[in-house]
Design a protein. Sequence first.
Length: 90
Amino acid sequence: MSSDGGGLVALLALGPASATALYWTLFRYYRNTDKSHAFERETAVATKAVTGNDRRLHTVTGTEQKRIAGDNVQDHRKRVKKMPPDAGPA
């Protein structure tokens, strides 16, 4: 029997052990689960009663008004403006 058998097994076990340690270290570093702020438990939210009114201003029923007053759908030159030749895309 060889005397290097124990060293070889330890070397082979070192790979998965170091990978596990690296994973756990990175997980703890980026997650910070022990240092994070628990919003639900540590924050007091004060609420107030909802106030307001539902006053009706103007009603359009059915298809009485088929167009929006002041639209510029038909006048495309008013809607689309030509860019100067030296101006690039915004």
